[in-house]
Design a protein around this ligand. Structure first.
Ligand code: GLN
Length: 565
């Protein structure tokens, strides 16, 4: 029988519950335990597919095509799990399911209530996470902050769950904040006490507290928290801000969080090691040999979370090449054809990510033109590939009005369009190509050089496709199609022949990149950026054009501003 760990959060949101959960998964996997992670989101949306990235951050896509919360990205990056639909449940899904049953008459006329019907459906989702496979530990993260009205049914469900499976089979971990009050010069434990008090009111006594803090928690402070919150002093874990999120598992292990979990859950203690993680990930992030600046040209640039997996995958590409990747976020709406050179000065690689809608398209096209004409390494993802196709049509084929039918239905050159069978389907949600599909990679291409394999599986989330009508003319004019769907029907990867590294793909490679195993396209993109940087270096003695890059004050690397929250 699996053991269950429930992770809740208190005091404020954005404490990094997802990263904490993923890190706990990592330290338990290091012991040879088989873990799975799931996220419960208390909002009413059925999934995050329709949610605005401004409010919710990126939509993370799983192998089986679920559009999920971005925390699943952390789970997949930190552990070996392959997440899917079962790993993310929203209140909307639960209500949808219960109401559908009620309409079908499955409840035989009973009055349908939050307790027991909604809570039963939630408990069923917890059990589903292990159905049909061997799992030693299920980690369930409850979204939201304790005290919110909307997370109550989830908390009640996990309270009942513990009652049913028993104490030795379940554990509550609560993540809180211990703020530093500058005027008093002190760390304060009261918010933690209050949030544990709120949990207790609903019948949950946490076993372990993970305390986010800017300053060290002294032994006296840990003892105080332990006493007032009724937990063991060894179960008060400090989670201090660290320079890279990938250090969090090491920080937990140093404080023996894995031992405490094993003790509570009566799991025979096996030491486990994070040596590889420390050497191959953390050390490489903390002491890179070199640094390279990459521009990401998108429309949700101000937001830390909207391109989360892209930023992480770029960082992984850096790790694989022993380099720090400094990301310059360029707002596509502000970039004009004549200002491209200004915005993209000093960058050695340009990435255009995915997106929906017209806003920022012209800026993206201009950035791509700049990359193509100046031979700057370029990686286009999904909408990025579509914009690269539009750019090629407009500026190489001279079809000035070329466009995607997503942005202009009447364009004379619909180089990106819906497939014929998609036309006329009203329900937009139903036409989206979602999840992992095979892609055939042609030999002797940049893509093949990266993958070193002719068959790959990549995740998709899009509606529009490269218009096959134009394949031939594009190819005759120097655009190489290096990846296609197995039947040859869909264009998956394009490249530019007369360019050192210009690759654009219809899928999202960022979802399959890991810190210790960078996605091949990201690894090669960063490598080509480093080569380009090397070539651009002026001869010794002259003034350096690369000086902007080493000037870390001028632009903080993403690593330094990203805390594990
Ligand atoms: N909007 C484009 C489409 O639907 C691209 C989607 C994306 O970049 N994820 O095809």
């Amino acid at each position: 029988m699996p053991k269950y760990i429930f992770i809740t959060g208190g005091v404020v949101s954005s404490l990094g519950k997802g990263i904490a959960s993923a890190s706990i998964g990592r330290i338990l996997e290091a012991k040879g335990l088989k873990v799975t992670l799931q996220k419960f989101d208390p909002y009413i949306n059925v999934d995050s597919g329709t949610m605005n990235p401004y409010q919710h951050g990126e939509v993370y896509v799983t192998e089986d095509g679920a559009e999920t919360d971005l925390d699943l990205g952390h789970y997949e990056r930190f552990t070996n799990i392959v997440a899917g639909r079962v790993n993310n449940t929203t209140a909307g899904q639960i209500y949808h399911e219960v109401i559908a049953k009620e309409r079908r008459g499955d409840f035989l006329g009973a009055t349908i209530q939050v307790v027991p019907h909604i809570t039963d459906a939630i408990k069923e989702r917890i059990r589903e996470a292990t159905r049909g496979r061997r799992v030693d530990i299920v980690l369930s993260e409850i979204g939201g902050t304790v005290g919110d009205i909307e997370s109550l049914p989830f908390l009640e469900a996990v309270r009942q769950f513990r009652h049913e499976v028993g104490r030795e089979n379940s554990l509550f971990i609560h993540l809180t904040l211990v703020p530093f009050i500058r005027a008093a010069g002190e760390l304060k434990t009261k918010p933690t006490q209050h949030s544990v008090g709120t949990l207790r009111e609903i019948g949950i006594q946490p076993d372990i507290l993970i305390c986010r803090t800017e300053k060290k928690l002294t032994k006296a402070l840990k003892d105080k928290i332990a006493l007032f919150c009724n937990v063991d002093a060894s179960a008060v874990i400090e989670a201090r801000d660290v320079p890279t999120i990938y250090q969090v598992p090491l920080m937990f292990k140093e404080q023996k969080l894995d031992e405490v979990i094993c003790r509570y859950l009566r799991i025979e203690y096996k030491a486990g090691s994070l040596y590889h993680w420390q050497k191959q990930v953390v050390q490489k992030v903390l002491s890179p040999k070199t640094s390279v600046k990459i521009a990401v040209v998108g429309k949700y640039i101000e937001l830390q979370d909207a391109y989360k997996s892209i930023y992480e995958a770029l960082r992984h590409g850096g790790i694989a090449n022993d380099a720090e990747v400094v990301i310059k976020r360029v707002n596509a709406e502000k970039l004009l054809k004549k200002t491209a050179g200004y915005h993209l000065k000093g960058v050695f690689g340009i990435l255009v990510p995915g997106g929906f809608g017209m806003r920022g398209i012209e800026g993206k096209v201009s950035a791509i033109q700049f990359a193509r004409e100046n031979k700057v390494p370029f990686l286009g993802i999904c909408l990025g590939m579509q914009c690269a196709t539009i750019e090629f049509a407009r500026n190489v084929l001279q079809w000035k009005a070329a466009n995607s039918t997503e942005f202009n239905k009447k364009t004379p050159y619909p180089v990106i369009s819906l497939l014929e069978e998609q036309e006329g389907i009203e329900n937009l949600g139903g036409t989206m190509r979602l999840g992992a599909y095979p892609c055939h990679v042609k030999k002797e291409t940049l893509a093949y050089r990266a993958y070193r394999s002719e068959e790959v599986m990549e995740r998709h989330r899009h509606r529009y496709e490269f218009n096959n009508k134009y394949r031939e003319i594009f190819q005759k004019n120097g655009l190489r199609i290096s990846g296609i769907s197995p039947g040859g029907k869909l264009v998956e990867i394009i490249e530019i022949e007369d360019h050192p590294w210009f690759v654009a793909c219809q899928f999202h490679p960022e979802f399959k990149s890991k810190p210790d195993k960078a996605h091949p396209l990201f690894r090669e993109f960063i490598k080509s950026a480093l080569d380009y940087q090397e070539k651009s270096k002026p001869p010794a003695g002259s003034t350096s054009v690369g000086s902007e890059i080493s000037n870390k004050e001028a632009e903080k690397p993403v690593l330094a501003i990203e805390r594990p929250t």
